[in-house]
Design a protein around this ligand. Structure first.
Ligand SMILES: C[S@@+](CC[C@H](N)C(=O)[O-])C[C@H]1O[C@@H](n2cnc3c(N)ncnc32)[C@H](O)[C@@H]1O
Length: 127
């Protein structure tokens, strides 16, 4: 994101790469990504937290329904068993909760790395 000229609130309990911090484009906050609220509306939410898909989804839904971002991209780390069922359950739940809140969005999902137990979901809010 920095390479693409963006300014980033990096919410991570862990350390940041010093070279990245030198760009001046990052505000690193050691806070909980599940509860942090942005100070103003942002363009993107990007999340790669390793946790239960249901927790990640609840956080992303909150951001989208409150229009804290226009687009979101996040990984869902999958359990060892019944991965397909879990992905379908998550995508259906996301679609339903956005619809219920009257939020129109385009959702897509890809398995980007054949050797990783995760899928990547992209959501773009429509007018
Ligand atoms: C899979 S790594 C993401 C790495 C990142 N995508 C990168 O390329 O450097 C997960 C990161 O989430 C952070 N993390 C885990 N739980 C978190 C939480 N509740 N709030 C904020 N950060 C969290 C960890 O410290 C770790 O840096």
């Amino acid at each position: 994101m920095v390479q693409r000229g963006m300014y980033v609130y990096a919410i991570d309990n862990g350390p940041m790469e010093p070279q990245l911090m030198k760009t001046g484009q990052i505000d690193h906050l050691k806070e909980d990504g599940f509860t942090w609220e942005p100070p103003q509306r942002l363009d993107w939410l990007v999340c790669d937290i390793v946790d239960k898909p249901v927790r990640v989804l609840a956080m992303v839904e909150r951001w989208l329904i409150r229009k804290w971002c226009k687009e979101a991209i996040f990984n869902l780390k999958l359990p060892m068993k019944k991965r397909w069922e879990e992905v379908m359950r998550c995508l259906t739940a996301l679609e339903e909760s956005l619809e219920k809140a009257g939020v129109h969005a385009t959702i897509s999902c890809r398995h980007l790395f054949h050797d990783r137990e995760e899928v990547t979901v992209h959501v773009r809010l429509r007018d």
